[in-house]
Design a binder for this molecule. Structure first.
Ligand code: AMP
Length: 436
């Protein structure tokens, strides 16, 4: 069955018009393709990419019996025939550009193809020729990014579609109140994956009865702006009742990785984290999932859960993003009073001092801990909760003997005697470069 398709035309190297006309003629000779109409060609300034000559742009209307992927393949072959080299710079100069803009009224969202073309609405050099051919762009579906999805089944279906489109899909679970630490996770995810979904869910299972579940900052509008800026494809924002409907009882048990440190301070915390992440994995079935090293013990727990349950998902541990004064970004930093905020970088200073001592050759665990403790003791606003050296990776207790490679983890409370103490976490690898 024939479908009407629209192809964006462009060139900014060589004999631009001749190449476009030759490309169209070749397209018209492909069995199953008929060129019905071509807009006027107009000269336009390049958008993005390296400095380059101006473009000639237009749009062609086709009738085609080819599938959308087949038509895309034909366009890419014609681009290569015109001398376009694969692997050039993004938005770089080219002798011929043939973009599949519209294919009937189909919506396509696969690894190779998004239709309607995702940047169509931002490009006057596409919109104007489309209008010339009688297409009113305002009437076209606008591929909203990120797609905001609240229904778990809809989120699962979206991810299934991406998987069937052979996309590598990245999941970035968060509790919202997004900051530059979350943004860096999204950026790393976008480098690895074709589609990236964030989740925003303040998970009641991971909060203790006396903790800050009700007070946890909720900033959805700002979060959506950050996700749009970082190019997230979707964000899952379920209600608690949708994640845990009445009668929900299943829990992921946690073990050795959850012992001590956060696991001791917050008894059911890691079981709650592992349960929600397992549920998100089951819904989204991502190929990759991205977590911050700032919550190092959480990463160790989630690696264990992923391995034990056999989720075929690559966990990616992302470096900690810090303020200029070294304080690790955290959604809870907004709770700090101005005085506590000024005092808070002592955590990183203490870790750095131990790192420096280790780099200078100190290998005795007690001596390394004493260096960090000395710094923390100088700041009366910080009440030390724990400071521990653990084995790198699984964070098991360190074997006795010289410390060659280990992770130093610290938690301190600020406003410890007030009604709302703020716990801040940080950690650093000894024996590795500073940002690891
Ligand atoms: P949260 O919203 O606090 O549950 O955090 C969501 C994810 O972002 C977790 O994987 C955190 O480890 C990660 N994250 C939080 N703060 C930072 C940071 N400063 N740098 C990098 N990742 C972070």
């Amino acid at each position: 069955m024939a479908v009407i398709a629209y192809i964006g035309l462009g060139a900014n190297l060589g004999e631009r018009e001749a190449q476009i006309r030759a490309g169209l003629a070749a397209l018209g000779r492909v069995p199953g393709v008929r060129v019905l109409d071509v807009s006027s060609l107009r000269e336009t300034a390049p958008v993005g990419g390296p400095p380059q000559p101006p473009y000639l742009n237009g749009v062609a209307r086709l009738e085609t019996a080819l599938s959308a992927p087949a038509l895309l393949g034909v366009c890419q072959q014609l681009e290569r025939d015109a001398g376009r080299v694969a692997g050039g710079p993004r938005n770089g100069p080219r002798p011929l550009d043939l973009d599949l803009l519209l294919y009937g009224d189909e919506r396509i969202d696969t690894a190779d193809l998004i239709v309607p073309h995702p940047r169509l609405h931002e490009r006057p050099f596409v919109l104007e020729p489309l209008r010339e051919l009688g297409v009113e762009p305002a009437a076209l579906p606008r591929p909203a990014r990120p797609l905001v999805v609240a229904d778990p089944e809809e989120f699962a279906a979206l991810n299934t579609g991406w998987l069937h489109g052979r996309c590598r899909t990245g999941l970035v679970p968060t509790m919202g109140a997004l900051h530059e630490g979350h943004a860096s996770l999204l950026r790393i995810a976008r480098q690895t994956c074709d589609r990236v979904a964030a989740t925003i869910f303040v998970n009641p299972l991971q909060f203790g009865p006396k903790e800050d579940f009700a007070r946890y900052p909720r900033t959805l509008e700002r979060d959506l702006a950050l996700l749009a800026r970082e190019g997230a494809d979707a964000v899952f924002v379920p209600e608690t009742s949708a994640m845990y409907p009445g009668g929900f009882v299943s829990r992921i048990a946690v073990g050795r990785e959850a012992e001590g440190m956060e696991g001791a301070a917050r008894p059911d915390h890691f079981s709650g984290v592992a349960t929600v992440v397992a549920k998100l994995f089951a819904l989204a079935r991502p190929t990759h999932a991205f977590f911050g090293r700032k919550d190092a013990q959480q990463v160790a727990v989630l690696r264990r859960m992923t391995r034990d349950l056999g989720f075929p998902i690559g966990l990616v541990e992302c470096p900690t993003v810090r303020e200029a004064d070294g304080l690790a970004l955290s959604s809870r930093n907004v709770y700090l009073s101005p005085e506590d905020r000024r005092a808070a970088p002592v955590l990183y200073r203490a870790l750095r001092a131990a790192h420096a001592a280790h780099a200078a050759g100190e290998r005795r665990a007690e001596a390394l801990l004493a260096v960090a403790r000395g710094h923390l003791a100088q700041e009366p606003r910080a009440r030390l909760e724990y400071l521990e050296l653990r084995r790198e990776g699984d964070l098991a207790p360190l074997a006795p003997g010289p410390v060659t490679f280990a992770r130093l983890l610290v938690v301190a409370r600020f406003a410890a005697d007030g009604p709302h103490p703020v716990r801040l976490l940080d950690n650093l690898s000894l024996g590795a470069p500073l940002d690891a």
